[in-house]
Design a protein around this ligand. Sequence first.
Ligand code: TNX
Length: 500
Amino acid sequence: MFPPATDPGLVPSPSKLSRSAGAFTLDDTTAIRVTPGAGPAAALLRTLLAPATGLPLPLAPDGRIVLVLDPGLAGLGAEGYGLTVSGEAVLLRAAGAAGLRHGVQTIRQLLPAAVLGARPVRGVPWSVPCVEITDVPRYAWRGAMLDVARHFQPVSFLRRFTDLLALHKLNVLHLHLTDDQGWRMPVAAYPGLTEVAGLPHGGAYSRAELCDLVAYAAERGVTVVPEIEMPGHARAALAAYPHLGNFPERRLDVWESWGVCDTVLGVTDEVLDFCRTVLDEVMDTFPSPYIHVGGDECPTTEWHRSPTALRRVAEEGLAGPDALHGWFMQRVGDFLTRRGRRPLGWTETGRDLPESFAALAWRDEEHGLVAARRGQPVIMAPHRSTYLDYPQSAHPDEPLGQPGRAVDLPAVYATEPAPAHWETDAAAHVLGTQAQLWTEYVATAAHAEYLAFPRLCALADTAWSGGRDWPGFQARLHHHRTRLDALGVPSRPSAILHPE
Ligand code: TNX
């Protein structure tokens, strides 16, 4: 008889898992065997296990860890994998490279939590329990947005955050690169964007740093989706280039308040040229199929008062200055579409994104439904359950965060990317979901991690596994906390894990 199998506490939970007695133990004689195309997954496994284990894990034709890439494997899709661990061997199989990478993360989670540490650990048997796993994600878009505009975050943190996403099988890092308070992405033709709008306010990335990040993330199966905010949330750019605003003679500072700023981009040909130049450089840096161009919280007060904007309304035969928002987004979207990319924007009340756009639905779920009914790809990001800038509990000792309410772990876990009452046709347009880490109140990497975890674990479980097993999730998270601890992710008060 086998002893009772204990759940290995995987996060996210695999679609199918059965456990049997025994384990496969890695030691310095263990080697990896790969089929053609599986080499990068072997390299990733080696990279991830090396710091704590120090094991060489060379490639060898008789290796007992076997990685099989076989596009003919049915039923696993682009990201699924099958993993069989016996006492003699580890067999990981997938139809695509993404599936192999997810399987590698599962192997990592099955090992003792000490494997996640950054320094060599001695005396730990590096054992993987015998399991049979078949695992396929429910949604293709599982992500996190990080706002590096309000508070700059160094590349070292972006890499670490990427690692943490990949550990949880999250596959999108949405970088919010610009806002009223800062501009973090260099654009050769507009050096003031980083010199005036970036560097004095925390910093900016170099092109090489961003390209390196993209490659680092790709090795881990994470796509970096860049966001350049327009036509609102663009005051930092206007501080550097006032002539792109609605009142070119006016001098502006990079904004030092939070909220929605009335100052927005103008609607001249010169402004559109500026956006196209910026986006060309964005596309050169980020191979992501989706390019986010903002679109949220754009007051039209300036367009109502600017003679140039009013002239544009007349020339284009628009209903009024408010219609300039859709006009602007349409032009920017068309530009991206012509270049083979898909524009992505935030949904806004009363303003449908142009049809070419994918919609990031951040306000009410109904905004997502409207877009889905129009056939647009939708990513659900409802602020009530996916905004990690809100405190995670009502405890008075929580650090300062977005005021008003708490977004606790059960709320994040209950995020429903395609709510049950949606008709099937609309639900079919939902790509997935993502969490938002706005950083008005977040100045350090440690604070960002504190806010992100364990809530990102809940989002990952919902996006990958369907998130319908709160007690099971809590039990797995209890185990998973030892992994977060080994990684040095700042710990949370126990109230978060045991909400009243
Ligand atoms: C709304 S969500 C914003 C952000 C803020 C956030 C604070 C969205 C598209 N815009 O500019 O940082 O609320 O929670």
